[in-house]
Design a protein around this ligand. Structure first.
Ligand code: ASP
Length: 369
């Protein structure tokens, strides 16, 4: 009797299952499952397609390790281009993981690439005490187009989900499994669409599948808790030379409660612009939590320059090496808990789900920890 891992595939939308139409690629209900049934990598044709509560269940052929993966496909209605997704869609995915946690070994979320890094970050916070593998994936070309990257991405994600236990929200693309809250979309047209500038991949897939167990988070051992509530009063502002104080003050107006301020280099903003610093100070005094993240895709915010220190003096907190996607979703998650601005500011600087590298002081010897 062959070993079989049970994976729930939550199909939220995205190019992976889209069909070509007169208005470009569009999502098409039922289409993805029809195609999976025909592809021998995803369904062993010698077995019938089972139904689970009206959802198709496919069983892959055995892997090199002798393990099959059974995939139950739960298709969302409506299927969305991820540009149309919002916080309620994250809540729906999180709820589904919570509802089916006991029945399945792992979860794969099929999702558009455009906002996948936001969803992966949000889910990493919303799924508290996660003990199962959750992998978001998608593709740049639909599954049914000849030169598609969907086969590789979906097969890779399913293989990892069915063979490894990685209790994190991850993002799989182009042979790499990234920590979800470290990932960013880096390429609108290439197949290697995601990267994680401040953290190495958790798993790399070649002839062999290599997991870096020393990087993978340990489960807490506590029961899974799903926080579906997120606070929508958050926003990101990318600083640019010549921004006016009026623009900044208008942006910071209520109901805004949390801001990701995307600054230059290692966390710098103009320290000769009293008007901007005053607008920031007025907002932080009102309780708005403002987090300093760099516009660079790699590296960290630090207190190297006077231009960065002036922000701290205005009450802006350092976001270390958080991606803006992770910072925004973490703010939204913490604000929804109803914590005080002081508590949120301190939790924003703690490493909750591997999203930031805390305490990046200088180290001079292998002996130091
Ligand atoms: N616009 C699509 C989406 O994000 C792109 C993709 O799936 O790759 O849904």
């Amino acid at each position: 009797m062959l070993d079989c891992a049970r994976v729930l595939v939550l199909y939220a939308g995205g190019t992976i299952g889209m069909k070509a139409s007169g208005r470009g690629y569009v999502p098409s209900p039922g289409y993805l499952a029809e195609q999976l049934a025909r592809l021998p990598q995803f369904h062993d044709a010698s077995l019938p397609v089972q139904q689970d509560d009206g959802r198709p269940v496919f069983v892959t052929p055995p892997s090199r390790e002798g393990r099959r993966v059974s995939l139950t496909v739960k298709e969302y209605e409506p299927l969305l281009d991820s540009s149309n997704m919002g916080m309620e869609d994250w809540a729906r995915i999180a709820e589904d993981v919570g509802r089916h946690d006991a029945e399945f070994d792992a979860f794969v979320v099929l999702h558009g690439t455009d906002t996948m890094a936001y969803s992966a970050s949000a889910l990493s916070f919303m799924l508290e005490n996660l003990s199962k593998t959750v992998i978001l994936t998608g593709s740049q070309i639909p599954l049914t187009t000849a030169r598609t990257d969907a086969l590789d991405n979906l097969l890779g994600a399913l293989t990892i989900a069915g063979h490894f236990e990685i209790p994190e929200v991850c993002l799989y693309f182009c042979h790499k499994l990234l920590r979800g809250n470290r990932a960013q979309k880096q390429d609108a047209s290439g197949f290697d669409a995601f990267w994680s500038g401040n953290f190495p991949p958790l798993v790399e897939v070649g002839i062999d599948i290599k997991a870096k167990w020393d990087l993978i988070l340990q489960p807490t051992g506590e029961p899974l808790h799903v926080q579906t509530k997120m606070n929508p009063n958050v926003a990101a502002l990318r600083l640019f030379p010549g921004i006016t104080a009026e623009t900044l003050a208008n942006f910071l107006r209520p109901p805004l409660e949390g801001v990701v301020l995307e600054t230059y280099g290692s966390g710098n903003a103009p320290d000769r612009r009293r008007d901007l610093l005053d607008a920031l100070r007025a907002a932080t005094d009102r309780g708005v939590v403002i987090v300093n993240c760099t516009q660079c895709h790699k590296g960290t915010v630090s207190a190297t320059y006077a231009a960065g220190i002036a922000l701290a003096e205005a009450g802006v907190i350092g976001g270390a090496d958080l991606t803006p996607e992770a910072a925004l979703t973490k703010l939204s998650y913490l604000l929804a808990k109803g914590l005080s601005p002081t508590d949120i500011r301190s939790q924003m600087q703690l490493n909750l789900r591997g999203e930031l590298t805390a305490g990046q002081g200088a180290r001079y010897s292998f002996r130091e920890r």
